[in-house]
Design a protein around this ligand. Sequence first.
Ligand SMILES: *[C@@H]1O[C@H](CO)[C@@H](O)[C@H](O)[C@H]1NC(C)=O
Length: 517
Amino acid sequence: MRCSEVKSGRSPKGRAQRYFLLGFVAGILLVLLTYLVSQQFSISSQYGDLQFLLVAESAVVITRARRITDKQKVNNAPDEETSEHSSRFDQSLRPLFQMTRVANRNECFLLVFILFSGRATEKSKVVCNTEGSFSESCEADGDVRVHGTSLSVSIVPTRSRSSERREWRIRAHARKSVDNIKKVTVTQLPDPSAAAPPCTVTYTAVPAILFAIGGHSGRNYWHDFADVLVPLFVASRRYDGEVVFLVSNIVQPKWLDKYKAFLHRLSRYELVDLDSDAHHVRCFPHVTVGIRIDKEFTIVPELSPGGDGRRLLTMADFTGFLRETYALPRHAAINLAREQPGKRPRLLLIHRGHYRRLVNEQEIARAAEAAGFDAVVTELRGDTPVGEQALLVNSFDALLGVHGAGLTNAAFLPPGGVVIQVVPYGKMEFIARAEFSEPAADMGLKYLDYSVSVEESTLLEMLGAEHPVIKDPDSVHRSGWGMIDEYYLRKQDVRINVTRFAPTLALAFEHLRRRQQ
Ligand SMILES: *[C@@H]1O[C@H](CO)[C@@H](O)[C@H](O)[C@H]1NC(C)=O
């Protein structure tokens, strides 16, 4: 102590001010730390107490610092203006002063702040969002109890403070429009003594995500990704595996098996089949009810709850996660400037077996070769193991196919690659782009599409030039989804005019030729 006094050689007043500053900074840091800790563990009521303790401790540090400066104050006469303000302030807050025996207004401010933070730390609440155009969901904090077979989630207040009883009916599937999915009842109980089911399993520090599968997922690859994998990634990535999946509506157990590798990297815990979980009430410090689609087959970073380290999530994070999960070797498309001369980018032409076929596949493949690609025609079947298919697609730089679920495989392409969507005849651009255009761009891919003219559609031969499906696609769209689906999506094959298509292939090649790493 003496040493530092000699060294600094400053007055006691200056020292006290420095001490105060130091104390104040330390206090602020503590409060900040408290806040961060509470954010990290806001999930548990027991952490709520820890948080309160930390806040209280910060208060002590700041108050002590304050006392030291008060001793100095005697030497400094306060100027007129401040003293007038103080007295008015003192009068209005005198009752609080006396009640709490704090010495001055600064400490009073502090106390108000502490009481306020203490209040904010008490977390037993539920926030539901049912306004989204695709999904509805709730975030429940505190003492959250889940009973599987009745699909009920109860939020029990943690302290004696009672609140209003509220109830929501939530479809936990990412697409609330899907029917035949039982809704979850989310209930905020009014007080701790209200009849809450007793816990049979308590997870003290692990949150849960409750969601439904089925619906369109399981029918095709695109819906698997758009309706479950992407929304689940968004909801759970922030936990880095420390989260329990509570799954309802498991109509196809094989589906979960198919995506096992993916699911296991998002959650280290065995998933719970809620529909057969009759005998347990599982209690968590935090439960997300329902997973969300904010935009088709992509992620809106600003609306995501964050990734690891609370960074905003992007669709590029999703495809990066896929590459890690399936050990895909290529994280960037070909860079021709760095390759040996003669090396060509690889293009995968998706073969479709049933409808929306490319009638002249081989001719298109030759056109792609003429544009500078190595072209391969392959069928991408939905029943191939995901990892196997992912590896295959990852070895290409460009993916070409008629609008359909096969293009979902773009998620396995290395970033910087190209997706070419062939849009069938019938004013289908809007639908086709909604499913793949922005998703591809968000994955870091170049998106191109090619709209089929009526001459390239087999519908022309089939129906004749005078049929409304040919002459007036608008009338078909006005008539509803049934006709669109029947004609433009199911009865149509495509014979691409390779002369007309050549500029699109040239654009794709140009993109790969020009890209820099
Ligand atoms: C193919 O497209 C080219 C360029 O648009 C056009 O000139 C040609 O007539 C088309 N061929 C057929 C068979 O429609």
